[in-house]
Design a protein around this ligand. Structure first.
Ligand code: 5GP
Ligand code: ZN
Length: 108
């Protein structure tokens, strides 16, 4: 079982921000901004490459709810999903990084 599936199963503890039947948002263990949350589907999907339009549509609404819950929706935030080796993906369970809480620098 992958590390994020273990988090979903409760085998590895996490700091949950928001959860519903299909998605989980939790704090990144190694934050790269004042607010750094990971958002994942509860079903194991390797990367954005394997996402379906239906799951992505549901995930869009969930991510917007997470931003609202964190109180960052109006000030702004950044969403990142790393895909595969060149994208720097380290965990093989699709996840969106939500970075916020400060003025973020430019990427790359
Ligand atoms: P990636 O490089 O795959 O896009 O991002 C993986 C992210 O997962 C990293 O930001 C890393 O800090 C985070 N991470 C890895 N293991 C754990 C863990 O056990 N718990 C939490 N909360 N985050 C983790
Ligand atoms: Zn998984």
């Amino acid at each position: 079982m992958c590390i994020f599936c273990k988090i979903i199963e409760g085998e590895i503890p996490n700091k949950t921000v928001l959860e519903n039947d299909n998605f989980l948002a939790f704090e990144d263990i190694s934050p790269q901004a004042k607010i750094h949350v990971l958002i994942i589907p509860k079903v194991h999907i390797q990367s954005f490459n394997e996402m379906t339009p239906n799951i992505m549509a549901e995930m869009t609404s969930f991510i917007q709810e997470v931003a609202l819950t964190l109180g960052v929706k109006s000030d702004g935030y950044r969403l990142i999903t790393n895909i595969g080796q060149n994208g720097g993906q380290e965990v093989g369970h699709v996840h969106f990084h939500l970075l916020a809480g400060e003025q973020l620098g430019s990427i790359n």
